[in-house]
Design a protein around this ligand. Structure first.
Ligand SMILES: [Cu+2]
Length: 435
């Protein structure tokens, strides 16, 4: 009996040593990755300059080649998150060799989910817009007139996936991604739900280079993957004890993965060295960094003030964390910056001009004409305030990524059913009120 107890103690000690080995020390200093629209003009100027220098010097070709070569190892399996975390950090480290003040921003494409092509992010102000008719070459914004050498020479191209190639089909809403984060209880679930939703949808929405394995040729790739990394990091932060080092599922060969696995292309980096943002070499944070232990503050903040209008059974089903009751504190100034600046028609008609987080709740519904604002069974339906469903991933994309159509179909159905139920519940997303 005593021996048994001693051996339990010994194995506990062994466990804590292992845990320590897995936990790199906290960073002494770190930088903040901001949403692209939250950058100061000076930060944007630095970023813009560095990207153009890196492009000139062949780094875009270099990273595209790495990504393309490893394609089969790093997608549609557990390596997806850790590899891309290390990969974009590698890219950002190269940026810092040009200018130590430079950092990689992220693109929160969820807030643009209804009509991403109308986002300022995809305009001459930031990352440029669609490729021009015919050549599909991008002629404005940061990558204006960029040419690539890899995998073949030509201009950097975009060809939006909407009707006629002129618009981008709906992406995944902040609400849908928040829902996915709240219902994913294992690493594998989260990876599957995120890789096969917003990740693929943005790649396909922009298409041309972005729909290939040399997508790193397009600067959107880097900001998009920073956003994917942020989602993973927020999910980890929502329950650090359980999720900081949660790693399960299989690799490209169907074998179980371990925290001690080495990352492809980075022979000196093990998975456990990239699991914790803010530790070891992962010396960055996101501008929405939730307080440690709280759930995905930013993602909830974006949605929660509208979510309170939902019936309890819908909240319980899709937003268990909101039901748990910590959402009152999820108000975040950076979110307000991302809200639409134009006053939506539907609101003007009712004389409501304010779009701050506290207004867009029950008072708004009242102002809109009450209990049946839109989408309800008896209402005078106004399709403008209905949430569109996300577009499904394409067969070609699933093939290229070796994703099972069944798995991807399930993820898409979850989000579609979710969108239907929110619409049926008269829910108004802040992010559909803009047209
Ligand atoms: Cu990738």
């Amino acid at each position: 009996m005593k021996l048994g107890f001693a051996s339990v103690l010994a194995s506990l000690a062994a466990l804590s040593v292992t845990a320590q080995d897995q936990t790199p020390p906290p960073c002494q200093t770190s930088w903040v990755r901001k949403e692209i629209r939250n950058m100061t003009p000076n930060e944007w100027a630095i970023f813009n300059g560095v990207q153009n220098s890196m492009h000139r010097d062949g780094w875009y070709d270099w990273y595209s080649q790495i990504h393309n070569t490893l394609a089969g190892l790093i997608h549609s399996n557990s390596l997806f998150f850790p590899f891309h975390r290390q990969f974009i950090l590698d890219f950002e480290s190269t940026m810092k060799r040009y200018d130590p003040k430079a950092f990689l921003p992220y693109w929160n494409s969820m807030v643009d989910f209804q009509r991403p092509d109308k986002s300022p992010v995809l305009s001459s102000q930031f990352l440029g817009s669609n490729g021009v008719a015919g050549s599909q070459c991008v002629k404005d914004g940061l990558p204006q007139n960029w040419n690539r050498k890899y995998p073949r020479s030509g201009c950097m191209q975009r060809k939006y996936n909407g009707p006629g190639g002129n618009s981008i089909n709906p992406l995944y809403s902040p609400e849908a991604i928040s829902y996915f984060m709240q219902i994913s209880s294992t690493y594998k679930d989260l990876r599957n739900n995120i890789e096969n939703s917003i990740h693929g949808a943005v790649h396909l929405g922009i298409s041309a280079d972005m729909a290939t394995m040399n997508a790193p040729n397009d600067p959107v790739f880097w900001l998009h993957h920073a956003n994917i990394d942020r989602i993973w990091s927020n999910w980890q932060s929502s329950d650090l004890t359980k999720r900081q080092y949660m790693y399960d599922g299989t690799n490209a060969y169907g074998q179980p993965v371990y925290l001690t696995d080495t990352l492809p292309n980075y022979p000196n980096v093990k998975v456990n060295q990239v699991m914790a943002v803010g530790r070891g070499s992962m010396c960055y944070s996101y501008d929405d960094k939730p307080a440690q232990g709280s759930l995905s503050r930013r993602d909830l903040a974006q949605t929660v003030s509208s979510l309170v209008t939902l019936p309890q059974n819908i909240l319980d089903k899709f937003f268990p964390a909101v039901t748990n009751g910590t959402y009152n504190e999820f108000l975040d100034e950076t979110v307000t910056n991302l809200l639409p600046t134009t006053v939506p028609n539907v609101m003007q008609a009712n004389g409501v001009y304010s779009l701050n987080l506290t207004d867009v709740t029950k008072p708004l519904l009242k102002a809109l004409g009450s209990d049946k604002p839109a989408g309800g069974k008896d209402c005078d339906c106004n399709s403008k305030v209905q949430m569109p469903k996300p577009a499904p991933l394409t067969t070609a994309w699933l093939k290229m990524n070796k994703i099972s159509p069944c798995k991807a179909g399930k993820v898409h159905k979850l989000a579609s059913d979710f969108t239907d139920e929110l619409n049926r519940s008269d829910y108004i997303s802040k992010f559909v009120l803009r047209y």
